[in-house]
Design a protein around this ligand. Sequence first.
Ligand code: AR6
Length: 183
Amino acid sequence: MSADRIVVTSGDITRLAVDAIVNAANERLLGGGGVDGAIHRAAGPELLAACRAFPEVAPGVRCPTGDARITPGYRLPARFVIHTVGPVWYGGAQGEPAALASAYRSSLNLAAAHGLRSVAFPAISTGIYGFPLPMAARIAVTTVAKSLAQHATLERVELVCFDNDALSCFASALAALRDEDAD
Ligand code: AR6
């Protein structure tokens, strides 16, 4: 069952020695606050240079919402950083759930294409971008489980929570998914 390859943990994603950590970036891909700022600080200036090297696909856009890009991890313990862009929450009727699912799916497609086996995600869009945590957690676990079912080479996906609210939402969402799978 693919949900067995998902774990919910808590802590600082920049400390994880996994194949790739995912960054909750913005479309410019040039750093920012939240987990994006923490990842750039820990990876060092080479990361910004690598991000800047991605071509703009529209003015100021190096990675459209829902898409992903991969760079080395530089000074991080993780070998790679997968930069994805989740949606800004505008109330839920602007395609936010589909865009969030796409961010998780695109990240894991890239990981699989690079032969990576372990990937850690932060709770994309749930900080500065304001996506409600319970819904974000449900979308994260269901989308990751579907991707894992398609990519046998991906062994482990860690959903890393930075605070207790996130931890409780993600743990419940994963438990609910396992209950459904067991039915
Ligand atoms: N490890 C794990 N999770 C973290 C860490 C960390 N070190 N730091 C924060 N979080 P956010 P977004 C959690 O705001 O909502 C940036 O400026 C945090 O508690 O980082 O997708 C970008 O450049 C929250 O649960 O990302 C964009 O402009 C989660 O990571 C914008 O913010 C995501 O919060 C993206 O906003």
